[in-house]
Design a binder for this molecule. Structure first.
Ligand SMILES: [Fe+2]
Ligand SMILES: [Fe+2]
Length: 229
C-alpha cells in the first residue's frame, strides 16, 4: 500500500514532466511538505487530548516542512509554478495526500514515517540524477536569492533544526551558483531520510531529539561533526 502510493506518484511525475524539470520539482516539493503537515496535525491532536506529548517532534517536523518550503520557494523562483495546470495538479495531489497520510499516521505512525522515508529517498535520487545530467549549465547560472538567504546569509537556526543526525552548525553548504543550490537540496533530502528512519525506532528506545535540545546525545554534542552514514 505504502509502496503503491509512492510508485503511483513517481509514475505520474515521470510521465508528465519528462522534459520540464522545474515544474516537476515544484510539484514534488509541494507534495513533499504535506506528510509533515499531517504528522504535525495528528501530534497536535494527541497533545490536545493528553495522549502524547512530543514537543521535540513537533519542532523537528515543522523544521522539516520549513526546509521543504524553501525547496519549493526555490523552484517557484526558477519558474516551476508558472503554468496554472501544474499548480492545480500540485495542490490537488497535496490535499489528497494530506488526508491519506493523516489516516495512515492515526493507524500507524511507523508506516507513515516509512512512507516519507521512501518519498525522501526518491527525492534524493531525482536531484542526484538531475545534477549529473545538467552540471555544466547549472554551474553557469546564479543561485536564487531565497537560496542564498536560507543556506548561507540568513538565520540558519531552522536549517540546523531539521537535521536530527547532526550537531548544529556542522553543515554549511557553499552557495555560489545554481549547481551548489541543487547539491544542498539533494543533501537536505538525505538528512530527511535519516530523520524518517530515526522516527521508526520503537518508542521505548527512541532517542530522537531536536538538535537544539538542552540535553543532547553524544553524537550531537557541539564539536561532533555529525554522521554522513
Ligand atoms: Fe525537498
Ligand atoms: Fe524532501
Amino acid at each position: 500500500m505504502i509502496k503503491l502510493l509512492v510508485n503511483g506518484l513517481v509514475l505520474v511525475m515521470n510521465t508528465l514532466y519528462k522534459t520540464r524539470p522545474y515544474p516537476r520539482f515544484y510539484v514534488l516539493e509541494t507534495v513533499a511538505r504535506v506528510p509533515y503537515f499531517a504528522y504535525l496535525s495528528v501530534l497536535h491532536l494527541y497533545e490536545s487530548v493528553g495522549l502524547w506529548r512530543k514537543a521535540d517532534w513537533l519542532k523537528i517536523h515543522f523544521a522539516e516542512s520549513w526546509n521543504e518550503l524553501h525547496h519549493l520557494l526555490i523552484m517557484e523562483e526558477l519558474g516551476g509554478k508558472d503554468r496554472w495546470l501544474d499548480r492545480v495538479l500540485a495542490r490537488t495531489t497535496a490535499v489528497i495526500y494530506y488526508w491519506i497520510i493523516v489516516a495512515i499516521y492515526l493507524l500507524s505512525p511507523r508506516a507513515a514515517y516509512h512512507f516519507m522515508e521512501l518519498v525522501e529517498e526518491h527525492a534524493y535520487h531525482t536531484y542526484n540524477e538531475f545534477l549529473k545530467a545538467h552540471a555544466a549549465e547549472l554551474k553557469a547560472q546564479p543561485a536564487p536569492a531565497v537560496a542564498i538567504s536560507y543556506y548561507r546569509d540568513g538565520d540558519l537556526y531552522m536549517f540546523d533544526e531539521f537535521q536530527t543526525g547532526r550537531a548544529p552548525e556542522s553543515r554549511r553548504p557553499k552557495i555560489d551558483n545554481l549547481y551548489d543550490v541543487f547539491v544542498a537540496i539533494r543533501d537536505d533530502e538525505r538528512e530527511h531520510v535519516k530523520t524518517m528512519v530515526a522516527c521508526q525506532v520503537p518508542a521505548t528506545a527512541n532517542q530522537l531529539h531536536s538538535p537544539h535540545a538542552p540535553t543532547l546525545p553524544d553524537n550531537l554534542q557541539p564539536g561532533h561533526a555529525g554522521s554522513d552514514a
